[in-house]
Write a protein that binds this ligand. Structure first.
Ligand code: ZN
Length: 184
């Protein structure tokens, strides 16, 4: 799973006024610059749960809970941070596009390197059939007739597939153990 960019998180925090968000769950009463309510996180008879619109935080003097609008959503909904962020994003119509994690990218590069190496080695195998191996003799004769020198064959890494239905498959299976990318 990816990560949510911090700019997106800031944008979501800015768009979700904490008084409105908490006020949608239970009524808040104005008390000077702040708002108060009976704390939803512990049993009490006089309100010590306080919401500060200027700081965009909540705090309970009774049980000590507190934090940002995300913290409230996490604690109240019993959910983790990414879920709280997504829920509050949906509330204000912000689309959350997650960044791919660094580990994903590393794995992708690793797979690509392995594939490139495999293709290179396969091409080399065909090429050596043509220029080095006995099996390539008829092909060498043919190229000679066509005026294609060994130098040209090397420069273009021309190859030859032996007339055996499974020659390449056999080679691939034999070298496969070294090349299977590590997947999780
Ligand atoms: Zn409390």
């Amino acid at each position: 799973m990816g990560t949510i960019p911090s700019e997106t998180i800031e944008q979501i925090a800015a768009a979700n006024d904490i008084v409105e968000v908490i006020g949608a769950y239970f009524p808040l009463k104005r008390a000077g610059a702040n708002f108060k309510a009976l704390c939803p996180f512990h049993q009490e008879k006089t309100p010590s749960f306080t919401v500060s619109p200027s700081r965009q935080t909540f705090h309970c003097f009774g049980c000590g809970v507190g934090g940002s609008v995300f913290r409230f959503a996490m604690d109240y909904e019993h959910t983790d941070f990414p879920s709280a962020v997504r829920k509050l994003a949906a509330r204000v119509g912000i689309t959350v596009v997650e960044k791919r994690g660094a580990a994903d990218e590393d794995r992708q590069h690793e797979t690509r390197r392995t594939l490139l190496k495999l293709h290179g080695e396969a091409a080399q195998w065909f090429h050596e059939n043509l220029i080095k191996r006995e099996v390539g003799e008829p092909a060498r004769q043919y190229l000679k007739q066509r005026g294609i020198t060994a130098e040209i064959a090397k420069r273009w890494q021309l190859g030859y597939a032996p007339d055996e239905w499974d020659a390449f498959g056999g080679w691939a299976r034999a070298s496969r153990a070294h090349h299977v990318p590590h997947t999780q």
